[in-house]
Design a protein around this ligand. Structure first.
Ligand code: CU
Length: 120
């Protein structure tokens, strides 16, 4: 039956897609390109699947700000990192995440700004 065959093909495609799935960044908090009046205390990355944060680099004007990443944390769809007191400025976040499902690493970057009267 043709209908059944098409259905099977679609299922195979969906399964293949899942097996090759990488951890993609869905959203962040602060959001990319956000302009904040108050310095955020945490940074949250939301992925499309469970991921483990491998690297998180926060920098402002090319100067790196130390951020502690718990690499022993269990893989999760949502990863939150505590931030130190941040002054006003434009911040660049560079991240890489490991997908435990297939061992693939994905990476990306986004920035947000703290504007107005002193972030810290
Ligand atoms: Cu993958």
């Amino acid at each position: 039956m043709l209908k059944q065959r098409i259905l099977a093909a679609v299922c195979a495609m969906i399964l293949a897609g899942q097996a090759g799935g990488h951890a993609k960044l869905r959203s962040t908090l602060p959001a990319a390109n956000a302009e904040l009046r108050v310095a955020p205390k945490t940074l949250t990355l939301t992925f499309n699947e469970e991921a483990r944060l491998a690297v998180l680099t926060l920098s402002v004007d090319g100067k790196e700000i130390p951020v502690t990443v718990d690499r022993s944390a269990a893989a999760a769809v949502q990863v939150t990192v505590s931030l130190p007191a941040l002054a006003a400025g434009k911040y660049l976040v560079q991240w890489s995440a490991l997908s435990p499902k297939d061992g693939h690493v994905t990476r990306g970057a986004f920035s947000f700004a703290i504007v107005g009267p002193g972030g810290a």
